[in-house]
Write a protein that binds this ligand. Structure first.
Ligand SMILES: [Zn+2]
Length: 388
């Protein structure tokens, strides 16, 4: 009998985030913040979320619970150190005792970044790595309005250096949200392009964590359920906008993907995506999506990894890249790097930078600069139509 591949690998997992899931769960934010002992909360969000009315509804719920709100609503996509500084300027000297991040991964990452600087001082660069915050941090409530990054279930803030655009993963157990509120209704307002990009990102998290070198029995349980939920829900979200069950499946799948990352890290597609975002400003989900089919084919050449893909999806390792291509086409993702303005002459630089990314070290098949050259070249070929 075959031993399941999940049975190896030690883990030490301390659940840090209480997860409150359900339709209209966001209305409970005031009650939950009060339970946590908050009296004055920094609400970190972006203009789109304000326009959708979500920020005002959260503020009203907090107000009803007797909690004052300090608003920072200028979050931008792929937040930089400058964005965190701008948030900090609003937060400083206001007597805060809690933070709420409302929006996509960028809002939650900006909220976490601000929490580091507000409570521990210094600059974001000081927290690049894991466990660099010496002092306690403020309790954070994370309320995602997109189903993608899984930041609500992670202890990492991804902040780019404002000058070099290098992404710094700043992780600390204390930075993890105390409570994540998952309300599928909030994700109905996502523009279709955002739902597509973040949905592909959520799928990529399930896929990369399921095979990473750091995977273990627990992370695999999260990865596989995230893959099942996102794999069945994303096509429905893309085809019939507004279906609440599909939105709920995506939101929960994305959060489980975040828990998988917390335990298993990522792989070569994320390592390759970061320099693409830094140099060509591709959205994170687009960049990861462009690289995934070639990364799957590269990894599947390793028999042990192929077996993990076999266990993950009914199409097995042999059909997985084509299934991913089908999903990418359904999501309207770009078909090749050339289509996104990436120049062939930039490949050596992209490959060099990708090979130095932290996440590359967790890819199941060793992946060096030469391998990344091949992966980027393969991503220049227009994708096939794929198969469901
Ligand atoms: Zn990602």
């Amino acid at each position: 009998m075959n031993t399941p591949s999940s049975s190896v690998g030690p883990f030490d997992h301390q659940p840090r985030t209480r997860i409150v899931f359900g339709i209209a769960a966001a209305a409970r934010v005031g009650e939950l913040a009060r339970e946590t002992g908050m009296k004055r909360v920094l609400l970190v969000t972006d203009p789109g979320v304000v326009a959708a009315g979500h920020a005002e509804r959260v503020r009203q719920s907090l107000d009803k619970a007797g909690i004052a709100t300090v608003l920072f609503d200028k979050v931008r996509e792929n937040p930089t150190t400058a964005d965190v500084e701008a948030c900090l300027a609003v937060a400083r000297n206001t007597g805060l005792d809690g933070i709420a991040g409302l929006g996509g991964g960028s809002s939650m990452d900006t909220a976490k970044g601000c929490n580091f600087l507000l409570t521990n001082g210094g600059r974001m660069r000081d927290y690049w790595g894991v466990g660099k915050a010496a002092r306690p941090m403020l309790p954070l409530i994370a309320i995602p309005t997109t189903a993608g990054t899984g930041s609500e279930c992670q202890s990492f803030a991804l902040i780019a250096d404002a000058e070099t655009h290098q992404k710094m993963a700043c992780g600390d157990a204390k930075a993890a949200a105390r409570i994540a509120i998952l309300d599928p209704e909030l994700t109905l307002s996502q523009p279709p392009r955002v739902a597509a990009c973040t949905g592909i990102d959520a799928l990529s998290h399930a896929l990369e964590t399921a095979v990473s070198k750091k995977r273990n029995a627990l992370s695999l349980a999260y990865s596989r359920e995230a893959w099942r939920l996102c794999g069945t829900s994303l096509p429905l979200v893309l085809q019939k906008v507004g279906q609440i069950e599909a939105r709920a499946g995506m939101l929960l799948g994305a959060a489980l993907g975040g828990l998988a990352i917390e335990n298993s890290m990522l792989g070569a597609a994320h390592a390759a995506a970061n320099p693409l975002t830094a140099h060509f400003r591709l959205a994170h989900g687009q960049a990861v999506g462009l690289m995934l089919p070639s990364v799957i084919r590269f990894n599947a050449a390793d028999p042990a990894t192929a077996r993990l893909y076999d266990e993950l999806d009914e199409t097995k390792a042999a059909g997985l890249a084509a299934r991913m291509e089908w999903l990418l086409n359904l999501a309207g993702m770009p078909r090749s790097l050339a289509e996104c303005g990436v120049t062939p002459s930039s490949i050596p630089l992209l490959a060099a930078e990708a090979s130095k990314q932290w996440t590359a070290g967790f890819n199941p098949r060793p992946v060096g600069e030469k391998d990344f050259l091949g992966l980027f070249e393969a991503a220049f070929e227009p994708r096939g139509p794929g198969a469901p």
